[in-house]
Design a protein around this ligand. Structure first.
Ligand SMILES: Cc1cc2nc3c(=O)[nH]c(=O)nc-3n(C[C@H](O)[C@H](O)[C@H](O)COP(=O)(O)OP(=O)(O)OC[C@H]3O[C@@H](n4cnc5c(N)ncnc54)[C@H](O)[C@@H]3O)c2cc1C
Length: 378
């Protein structure tokens, strides 16, 4: 058995796991990372928006500026009618810090490449095609067994395994994500000329329809709609199904983009979950971060952002209390739980209100209140 008792083992090479690897190396903490897939890639969609709080957290570990250079930074969103008329600009600029924009949209592969390159350059040992089979607390360490039959002892194991974490299932059996009542369509499309920030169409036949530019050439079109948990789409005709939903009901740039929906591989459909692991997010030498601990509909664009914040805070606490893991994890939970709970529960409510097109609740005011709350230091 290998002995790595000063080392933190990260299970999962998604945004949360890779960010944690980079953050731990900033504090000179030795790190190993294992990823179940045969490569480090994001399979979650085309692109995403990172709001200022995520960028601020990434800035504290020296990554935000490179990310902003690769993506499309902006300080507002455009609000449009179903016909495509822009009726308002909603500011996302909540004063996140010097040089940090309100949000930055980026292609998921580009973000993954950046994080993986930074982790490798910082000396993280990364093994792909490998997962954790068991974990057992032994004294101050955790003994981890791997899917290839190997095993080693670590100071701590961090499960950043995403929504369907097998390690969470093993250590917290019976705690599953719930269905939010909505599903999301996402399609890779060319960036409409002149569109420099996300345009969101409210009030139409479907819940929410948005276009998010992620680079000079690319954008993604998304639709969030009410959906039964059991509903599945035929993967060979997702492009046709999305076109049928939108044709005749949306104008402007959305209508212009329909001709580009030509390939089912370019269009995905996914039910949206809600999940919050009760505190504390650790047990028997394993701590959970990112989607493995919490997930919500992307109405506030805070899923990856919360995972990034988890990673930065956990690294800070492990570095500041090197002698006492229990103390570090207790402070980590104290810094994370209420902030994440607010995001998960508000996102769940907002997504439902938007899809139901509720006029008796202050959707814009609620979004603004969360955005302002998130400016508080983590
Ligand atoms: C439609 C949609 C739109 C979104 N838009 C945004 C947005 O605009 N902004 C935002 O901030 N967030 C957004 N999100 C949320 C964001 O995508 C997720 O929160 C984020 O990708 C979660 O990252 P993660 O690293 O925690 O988990 P994951 O991305 O799921 O990564 C987990 C990794 O762990 C690996 N793994 C799993 N099990 C094991 C195992 N046993 N051993 C080893 N490896 C394992 C997986 O292969 C994977 O690589 C959106 C989500 C959806 C569904």
């Amino acid at each position: 058995m290998a002995n790595s008792q000063d080392t933190v083992l990260i299970s999962g090479g998604g945004i949360s796991g890779l960010t944690l690897a980079c953050a731990l190396r900033r504090h000179d903490i030795p790190v190993e990372l294992v990823e179940r897939k045969s490569d480090l890639s994001d399979d979650g969609g085309v692109g995403l928006s990172l709001v200022g709080n995520a960028l601020r957290a990434l800035d504290s570990i020296g990554i935000a500026r490179a990310l902003i250079a690769l993506g499309l930074p902006a300080d507002h969103l455009e609000i449009a009618t179903p016909e495509g008329r822009v009726v308002a600009r909603s500011s996302t600029d909540e004063q996140w810090g010097d040089g940090i924009p309100g949000h930055c949209s980026i292609s998921r592969p580009a973000l993954h490449r950046l994080l993986a390159e930074r982790a490798r350059n910082a000396g993280v040992r990364i093994r792909t095609g490998l997962s954790i089979a068991s974990s057992t607390p032994v004294g101050d360490c955790v003994e981890v067994g791997f899917s290839d039959g190997g095993s080693a002892r670590y100071r701590l194991c961090v499960a950043a395994e995403g929504l369907h974490s097998a390690t969470r299932e093993r250590l917290f059996p019976g705690l599953h994500p719930a269905h939010s009542g909505q599903a999301c369509w996402r399609a890779r499309v060319p960036r409409p000329a002149g569109l420099l920030t996300t345009r969101i169409h409210f009030g139409g036949r479907l819940g929410v329809v948005g276009i998010c530019p992620i680079s000079r050439d690319d954008a993604y079109l998304y639709v969030v709609e009410a959906a039964d948990a059991r509903h599945r789409e035929d993967e060979t005709r997702t492009h046709l199904a999305l076109r049928e939903r939108l044709t005749g009901h949306y104008g402007g740039l959305v209508a212009d983009l329909l001709e580009h929906l030509t390939d089912p591989a370019q269009v995905s459909y996914r039910p949206l979950p809600v999940f919050l692991l009760p505190a504390p997010w650790y047990r028997d030498g394993v701590v959970f971060i990112g989607d493995a601990a919490h997930a919500n509909p992307p109405v506030l664009a805070q899923g990856a952002a919360m995972g990034i914040e988890d990673a930065v805070v956990l690294a800070e606490e492990l570095a500041s209390a090197p002698a006492s893991l229990d103390a570090a994890l207790a402070v980590f939970m104290a810094r994370r739980f209420e902030r994440v709970r607010n995001v998960v529960e508000t996102s769940r409510d907002l997504a439902r209100w938007q899809v139901e097109q509720r006029r008796d609740v202050d959707i814009g005011g609620t979004m603004k209140r969360v955005a302002v709350a998130l400016t508080a230091p983590i």
